[in-house]
Design a protein around this ligand. Structure first.
Ligand SMILES: CC(C)(COP(=O)(O)OP(=O)(O)OC[C@H]1O[C@@H](n2cnc3c(N)ncnc32)[C@H](O)[C@@H]1OP(=O)(O)O)[C@@H](O)C(=O)NCCC(=O)NCCS
Length: 180
């Protein structure tokens, strides 16, 4: 049985409720086992609140991309155009703030397709450097970003509830100089 691959599209404000639910579930699946429940709860209550999700979907500084299969979310990515950390030296940086593929879709090529779409959206916004922060303990994500051509350029703090963690910062040049 071959299923049609997920389709990709831009999110709209109408997607706020299903996206908030999917995003929280994906975050909990990815990081719940390695963190304290209180820290996870504190972070999720703020980050995935419905009003916050609605705001993010109308924020002109963000682009949110959804992957859907059979009417269900299979993954999502969000770009944020804002100030970059000092370790990002490349020109015209934009952040890949969120990048999640649902469990059933991991290891099946969706991450690659979603990344291609995120890169296209960043380039359409005239960005020339795509950067992201990834938990230093997230080996699978770091391996995936490395395969996509991102390189480690430094670190920055990330606070999960009350836990002060370290994210690696990785960057990818866009445009003609992008590694392929
Ligand atoms: C990170 C993510 C997008 C990567 O997509 P994916 O489809 O899983 O990527 P891949 O299967 O290509 O895996 C990337 C590499 O990780 C490594 N890997 C695979 N499974 C692994 C595991 N269980 N543990 C550690 N490394 C693993 C492999 O080297 C693999 O490359 P290979 O298959 O060519 O050998 C996806 O796993 C995901 O959404 N994870 C949960 C959320 C998350 O961590 N998001 C990133 C936040 S910064």
């Amino acid at each position: 049985l071959t299923l049609p691959p997920p389709t990709l599209r831009l999110a709209t404000p109408d997607d706020a409720a299903p996206l908030a639910a999917f995003a929280e579930q994906a975050f909990r699946e990815a990081f719940g086992p390695d963190n304290r429940a209180e820290d996870m709860d504190a972070y999720c209550a703020i980050a995935y609140a419905l009003h916050r999700q609605r705001y993010e979907l109308v924020d002109p500084a963000r682009v949110t991309l959804l992957a859907e299969h059979d009417g269900q979310l299979a993954g999502y990515a969000q770009l944020l155009d804002g100030p970059a950390p000092a370790c990002v030296l490349g020109p015209a940086p934009i952040e890949l703030l969120r990048f999640y593929v649902g469990r059933p879709w991991q290891g099946r090529g969706l991450a690659r397709a979603l990344m291609a779409e995120a890169i296209g959206a960043a380039e359409r916004r005239q960005a020339r450097t795509l950067y992201l922060g990834v938990w230093e303990r997230n080996r699978r994500a770091i391996a995936f970003y490395t395969k996509e051509g991102f390189r480690d350029v430094g670190s920055r703090p990330f606070v999960l509830g009350t836990d002060e963690q370290t994210d690696r910062v990785m960057a990818l040049p866009l445009g003609p100089s992008r590694p392929r």
